[in-house]
Write a protein that binds this ligand. Structure first.
Ligand SMILES: *Cc1c(COP(=O)(O)O)cnc(C)c1O
Length: 400
C-alpha cells in the first residue's frame, strides 16, 4: 500500500494524478505543512501507535469482525461477506479517523477541534473523540440539517460540543464546510480542523486515509483466515470516500481483486438529482482541493442529493478521482429505490439494519451477484441504520 501510494499517486506530494493539492492561502499552507510533518513523525512514533491501537481496541471495539452473510449468500448463489464497521462505537467507520485526528490534535498541542457535519454522523464521532481526549469541540452544521437530524444534534450537545448553526445558502453540508473553514482560519494556532472524509486540501485526504486504512488491513487478514484466500470483489459506498479508500487500501496491490466504489444516483442522472461526483462530475476546485465535482452548466457548484445524507457531497476525495483514471477501481451507481430495497433485504435476511449509505454497497453486490455465481464478494458495511429507521418507515414503509 505504501509503495503504491508513493510511486504512483504521490510523486508530487499532496497530488493524486492531477487531483488534490492545496488551493488555500499561503498562511494556511505553512500551518498545513507543519501539521503534515508532525503527523509523519507521529506515524512512526511507537507511543502514538500504541495509544491509537488502545483506543481502537478498547474504546471502539476493533477489530470489527468480517461476517459471512449465509442467508443472503444462499439467496443470490454466491458468497457474501460483510466487514462490520457498523459495530464500531457510535455506529460507523467515522470514529476511526475521528479518534486519529483528535489524538493528533492533542499531540501537536491544540486545545480545540473544529469540524463540519452534514447529517451529524461525523459531528457525533468527533464530539465523542473530543470528550474522551479532553478537547474543546466546535461543530458547524447547516440549519436545514439541524432540523433534520435533531437526535444527533442532541448527542453532540450531551457530549459537550458547541453546535453552531449555519444559515447561508442551502444551509446544508457545503455551507457548513465553508463556515467551519472560515472559523478555522481565525483559530488555527490553537485548533485543528478535523475534516470528516478524505477530502479538503493536502494533507487531510492523506491523514484521514491513514486512519481509515485499518479497515482494509484487518479485512484482508480476516478474510484470508476465514476462507484461505482473497475475495473476488470488494465493494464500498463512496460519499467523500473515506470508508471506501480505507477498505481498498487493503486490497489495492492484489491485482486479482476487483474493487468497486458505489456512488449515489439519488433520483436520477440529471445534475441536482444525485451525488455521483465520479460519474457525472467535471474537474473543479472546492474547499481547497481539486477533484471531480458536480457542477452546473455555468460551472457553479451543483446541489448534491441522495436519500443517504452521508453521501450527498458534490465533490469526492482526490485519490478516488485518480483511481478512476487509472482504472484500478470501477465506480458504479445505485439509486435511492435500489438502496432502500437493499436496506430492507439485509435487515430481513440477516437481521442487520444497515445505514442507508452502506445500503448502496449492499445493493450493488446484489446487482452483480448474478454474474458472479459462486464467487466471494466482500462488502464494507460502513455503518448501522438506527439513525435512518424513522425516515425509512415514514417515507418507504414496507409490510412484513
Ligand atoms: C458518512 C458516512 C459515509 C460516507 O462517507 P465516506 O467518507 O464516503 O465513507 C458512508 N457510510 C456511513 C455509515 C457514513 O456515516
Amino acid at each position: 500500500m505504501e509503495t503504491y501510494m508513493k510511486n504512483k499517486a504521490q510523486e508530487n506530494e499532496g497530488y493524486f494524478g492531477i487531483y488534490g493539492g492545496q488551493y488555500i492561502s499561503e498562511e494556511l499552507k505553512a500551518e498545513f505543512d507543519s501539521i503534515y510533518s508532525q503527523f509523519l513523525k507521529l506515524k512512526n512514533d511507537e507511543k502514538f501507535q500504541e495509544e491509537l491501537k488502545d483506543l481502537f481496541e478498547h474504546f471502539s471495539c476493533r477489530p470489527t469482525p468480517v461476517y459471512f452473510a449465509k442467508n443472503l449468500s444462499k439467496e443470490y448463489d454466491c458468497e457474501i461477506y460483510l466487514k462490520r464497521e457498523d459495530l464500531n462505537h457510535t455506529g460507523a467507520h467515522k470514529i476511526n479517523h475521528s479518534l486519529g485526528e483528535a489524538l493528533l490534535a492533542k499531540k501537536i498541542g491544540k486545545k480545540k477541534v473544529i469540524a463540519e457535519t452534514g447529517a451529524g454522523q461525523h459531528g457525533v464521532a468527533i464530539a465523542t473523540a473530543a470528550a474522551l481526549l479532553g478537547l474543546e469541540c466546535d461543530i458547524y452544521m447547516g440549519e436545514t440539517d439541524i432540523q433534520k437530524a435533531l437526535p444527533n444534534v442532541n448527542r453532540m450537545k450531551i457530549l459537550g460540543a458547541n453546535v453552531i448553526s449555519v444559515h447561508s445558502g442551502q444551509m446544508t453540508l457545503k455551507e457548513a464546510v465553508d463556515a467551519a473553514f472560515e472559523a478555522y482560519q481565525n483559530e488555527y494556532k490553537t485548533a485543528l480542523y478535523t475534516i470528516g472524509s478524505v477530502v479538503g486540501p493536502h494533507p487531510f485526504p492523506t491523514i484521514v486515509e491513514y486512519f481509515q486504512s485499518v479497515i482494509g488491513k484487518e479485512a484482508r487478514e480476516q478474510f484470508i483466515t476465514m476462507t484461505g484466500g482473497l475475495p473476488d470483489c470488494v465493494i464500498a459506498c463512496v460519499g467523500g470516500g473515506s470508508n471506501a479508500i480505507g477498505m481498498f487500501d487493503g486490497f489495492i496491490e492484489d491485482k486479482g481483486v476487483k474493487l468497486y466504489g458505489v456512488e449515489p444516483l439519488g433520483k436520477g442522472e440529471k445534475i441536482g438529482e444525485n451525488a455521483a461526483s465520479l460519474t457525472y462530475g467535471r474537474e473543479g476546485i472546492l474547499h481547497g482541493f481539486k477533484c471531480l465535482l458536480l457542477q452546473n452548466p455555468d460551472n457553479t457548484v451543483a446541489d448534491a442529493y441522495s436519500v443517504a445524507s452521508g453521501l450527498d457531497y458534490p465533490g469526492v476525495g482526490p485519490k478516488h478521482c485518480y483511481l478512476k483514471d487509472t482504472g484500478r477501481v470501477e465506480y458504479k451507481t445505485i439509486n435511492d429505490n435500489e438502496a432502500i430495497e437493499a436496506f430492507y433485504k439485509l435487515s430481513r435476511t440477516e437481521g442487520i439494519i444497515p445505514a442507508l449509505e452502506s445500503s448502496h454497497a449492499v445493493a450493488y453486490a446484489i446487482k452483480i451477484a448474478g454474474e458472479n455465481r459462486g464467487k466471494k464478494l466482500l462488502i464494507n458495511l460502513s455503518g448501522r441504520g438506527d439513525k435512518d429507521i424513522d425516515f425509512v418507515l415514514k417515507h418507504y414503509p414496507k409490510k412484513a
